[in-house]
Design a binder for this molecule. Structure first.
Ligand code: ZN
Length: 252
């Protein structure tokens, strides 16, 4: 089974739409970052996490031919606005794609993209909501546990997969009661927006602390803003922490 980071950029991507690279070296391909999303590639199922506005190009560059279900971390535009790119996966199977999200995200998706869920236009609905559970088992081998984490004024969901990998691309706090679930994982893929503080995201100092307390074998930083140049990060990070890049694939 593989976990692929389709995108690891902050909400405007690197470079931004106007070509701004910030402190990132445009000569390094690893500094070209699309908006955050990821995919779990199982034996016979692909599970997508978030539909970023860059979804189409992400699926093309990673040669993803099927999407079997979609989990959402939260309702922000950089996680949801590529939803329309799911249409082809409905057309291929003629089955509505199962969608899993918290209530706030469900309400936002229903309100903003009602044509995807309800028959209110000439086009058939392509998606259907499924209930959230404490734990899921898919494809006989993919165990997925959603956990609420704080993301500014809202909660987002992070996912722990097979007790090995945690994916928390948008968060600024892990609640105390859940702290033990994140200890000593093989991979921890975590939000590290920038060097300076932000009310809704972990920053550089926060992830150094998290690494000290949680002791993952490997920590991978995502949701990277244009302040954070890939090579510069490599130079200053402890050995077990690496910045992500688009297309990074992990065997789990
Ligand atoms: Zn967000």
């Amino acid at each position: 089974m593989k976990f692929v980071l389709l995108g690891c950029g902050s909400s405007m991507g690197v470079p931004r739409s106007d070509g701004f690279f910030g402190k990132c070296d445009p000569k390094n391909k690893k500094n070209y970052r699309t908006r955050c999303s990821a995919i779990i590639k199982g034996k016979s199922e692909n599970i997508l996490i978030d539909t970023s506005p860059d979804l189409r190009s992400q699926l093309l560059s990673n040669k993803i031919k099927n999407i079997d279900r979609v989990f959402y971390t939260h309702m922000h535009a950089d996680q949801t606005h590529g939803i329309n790119d799911l249409r082809i996966f409905y057309l291929k199977t003629k089955k509505r794609i199962p969608i899993y999200a918290d209530n706030l995200t469900k309400r936002y998706l229903k309100r903003s993209f009602s044509y995807c869920f309800d028959k209110n236009s000439d086009y058939p609905p392509i998606l259907k909501f499924e209930n959230m559970k404490k734990s899921f088992l898919f494809d006989k081998s993919i165990k997925l546990v959603p956990i609420k984490v704080k993301h500014g004024s809202i909660n987002s969901l992070c996912f722990i997969i097979n007790n090995k990998l945690a994916y928390l691309p948008d968060a600024n706090r892990i609640y105390k009661k859940d702290f033990s679930k994140f200890k000593s994982l093989q991979y921890m893929i975590v939000d590290c927006l920038r060097y300076t503080r932000h009310p809704s995201h972990f920053n550089f100092e926060d992830i150094i602390k998290l690494n000290f307390f949680l002791k993952p074998k490997k920590m991978i930083l995502t949701n990277l803003h244009s302040d954070l140049d890939y090579n510069q990060l490599l130079d200053i990070l402890p050995k077990n922490i690496k910045p992500a890049y688009d297309g990074l694939s992990l065997n789990i």
